[in-house]
Every structure is written in structure tokens, then in C-alpha cells.
Design a protein around this ligand. Sequence first.
Ligand code: HEC
Length: 97
Amino acid sequence: MRGIEDTTKSLDSNVSLKNKEAAAAEAQQLVDWFAQVQGYYEAKGDAADAVGFSRKTHALASELRRALASEDYDAASDTLGLLVRSCKTCHEVYKNK
Ligand code: HEC
């Protein structure tokens, strides 16, 4: 998941700098990534919370992508904050297990 951290950091600065194209591309990467994570946990079974966390993170990435498309950087920044929190929520339960 290391790439995802770099993408998220870069996304954070691109949202601050209002680099629409770069930020939108990164938001799209997160959307794709968490669709895969969700699929992984769905297939794995017995990880209903992880399915929920990945779905939530995926939904936030989609929302972020929409905010960027309409150049609403305040909403993008708020959504990014929630997204980063949702990374941590899942890690608290599932990382190092
Ligand atoms: C659905 C659960 C879940 C979500 C949501 C999630 N992660 Fe993770 N993450 C994990 C698990 C499980 C591990 C540990 C296993 C692994 O490394 O694959 C992990 C490990 C990591 C690591 C350590 C890398 C490594 O290889 O040790 C980083 C960095 C990371 N995640 C970043 C993020 C970021 C940034 C987000 C949000 C954009 C995020 N993660 C969202 C479950 C999640």
C-alpha cells in the first residue's frame, strides 16, 4: 500500500495548489484502488468491516473526484480530510493482523 500513501500526499498538495488535472487523476487512482480493495475483502469473506471501510473510502474518493471536476476545492479539501481518516480507521482494525 505504499504507493497509495504517496498518491494521497501528492493529492493533498495538488488540492492545495488547485492543480485540477493532477488532483483529478490521483483521485481516480484512489477510486480504482479502493474498488480493488473492496473486491479483495468481499472475495476473502469474514471481513465485513473491511468491506465497509473500503466501500466508504471508495465513496469518498468518488466524491473527491466529483468536487474536483466542479472545481470546488473547499469540498475537495474537506473530503480529503475524511478520506485520510478512513485510511486510519481501517488500519486500526486490520493492519498488522
Ligand atoms: C479496507 C482497509 C484499508 C483501508 C481503507 C486503507 N488501508 Fe492501508 N492498509 C490496510 C492493511 C490491511 C494494511 C497492512 C497490510 C498490507 O501492507 O497490505 C495496510 C497498509 C498500509 C500501508 C503500509 C504499507 C506497507 O506495505 O506496510 C500504507 C502506507 C497504507 N496502508 C496507506 C493507506 C492509505 C494512504 C489509505 C487511504 C487513502 C489506506 N491505506 C486505506 C488496510 C487498509
